[in-house]
Design a protein around this ligand. Structure first.
Ligand code: NAD
Ligand code: TDX
Length: 332
């Protein structure tokens, strides 16, 4: 039994991880989450009380962080400002949470000599051409494009420096785009599913030729558990499930499963600096830690995700109108 401190556990991927850990291990989980617009306590409903504790707080708050880090065995750091579009309109919270928040956590982990796992993104590597035969590996040079990805790159660098300079017992993972339940309706897949439910035409940025490498959130969770259990200290592991799809194909698939015409979507103004393609080579993780994704059928995964949003309207409805109003202001 380990005591995990999960930052950002009320967000999309963090909450999926918490459910996954409590279902598949005997570990105890404490979540530290600020409950920003992106955090939702409803995502953590019904968890076993004897193995789960929720603390509302900010990872920038050293006093709160210190006590919680002292009391755990492993810190799993998901908390972040995570949305590229928001980072283009108001970058400051990304610097505070992603940079200073990560700094605050690794200082506490160093002081109390705790195992630390840092969750990051493939976006730190920039983007690829559509026809580039190479994919991102652990050796790809950092080249972030957006305020969001540059702050995630900065946070990765802090963790690496704390490993080398202070012997921090840390690992890092950089994962591709996740899909699944509990994802905020500002993000691409849930936005289009809930638009289709509401009779709003899905919105595709630009031509829709941008490629994302989709992985189910549960596969991300199993990979993180493998890295915590067996990963080598100081190492970075890329997490991906060979799920490249362009945005146009994803929208058409959603519309097909929702019984609507495949062309019933609008092209809207493109994202500034929009990364063209992400693609992950996860050979290191698979070879070294014997990890395999379980959700290899994207079509079936999208059907399940559509069913989840249909069945859980109470969960997403409170965020929908204000999210769409914000996009409308930006012509998106
Ligand atoms: P999210 O926006 O859904 O959730 C973020 C959570 O962090 C929320 O619960 C929020 O309340 C919390 N939070 C934000 N600022 C905080 C602060 N200062 N103190 C405490 N809690 C705070 O994000 P997500 O999509 O679940 O992403 C989680 C992590 O995974 C992030 O680090 C992100 O960079 C990384 N990641 C995401 C993806 C993806 O596809 N979504 C892919 C790769 C990596
Ligand atoms: O309405 C939309 N229409 C559209 O075409 C939205 C919201 C997005 N898009 C496009 C932009 C991207 O090419 O869809 C793609 C996916 O967009 P997002 O869901 O915003 O994700 P992305 O920018 O790729 O970043 C995500 O994956 C990597 C997460 O939000 C990050 O936190 C993670 O690091």
């Amino acid at each position: 039994m380990q005591r995990l401190l999960v930052t950002g556990g009320a967000g999309f991927i963090g909450s999926n991880f918490v459910h996954y850990v409590l279902e598949n291990t005997d570990d105890h989980v404490t979540v530290l989450d600020k409950l920003t617009y992106a955090g939702n306590i409803e995502s953590l409903k019904g968890l076993p009380e004897d193995r789960f504790t929720f603390v509302e707080g900010d990872i920038v708050d050293a006093a709160v962080v210190d006590g919680l880090v002292a009391a755990c065995d492993v810190v799993v750091h998901y908390a972040a400002e995570s949305h590229n579009d928001n980072s283009l309109h108001d970058p400051r919270p990304f610097l505070d949470t992603n940079i200073i928040g990560t700094y605050t956590l690794i200082e506490a982990a160093r002081k109390h000599n705790k195992r630390f796992h840092h969750i990051s993104t493939d976006e730190v590597y920039g983007d690829l051409e559509l026809d580039d035969p190479e994919r991102f590996t652990e050796q790809t040079p950092y080249n972030p494009s957006s305020p969001y990805s540059s702050t995630k790159a900065g946070s990765d660098m802090l963790v690496r420096a704390w490993v080398r300079s202070f012997g921090l017992q840390a690992t890092i993972s950089n994962c591709s785009n996740n899909y699944g339940p509990y994802q905020h309706v500002e993000k691409f897949i849930p936005r289009q599913i809930t638009n289709a439910i509401d009779g709003i035409r899905p919105k595709l940025y630009g031509k829709g030729e941008n490629v994302r490498d989709w992985i189910h959130a549960n596969d991300h969770s199993s990979a993180v558990l493998a890295i915590i259990a067996k990963g080598r200290i100081g190492e970075t592991y890329l997490i991906g499930a060979d799920g490249e799809k362009n945005n146009k194909d994803v929208v058409e698939l959603i519309l097909k499963h929702m019984g609507q015409a495949p062309d019933a979507y609008d092209h809207v103004v493109d994202r500034a600096g929009h990364d063209l393609r992400y693609a992950i080579d996860s050979s290191k993780l698979r070879g070294e830690l014997d990890w395999e994704p379980q959700f290899s059928n994207f079509d079936a995964g999208i059907e399940d995700t559509i069913a989840w949003y249909r069945d859980n309207e109470d969960w997403w409805r409170p965020q929908k109108a204000q999210t769409e109003a914000k996009y409308k202001e930006q012509g998106q």
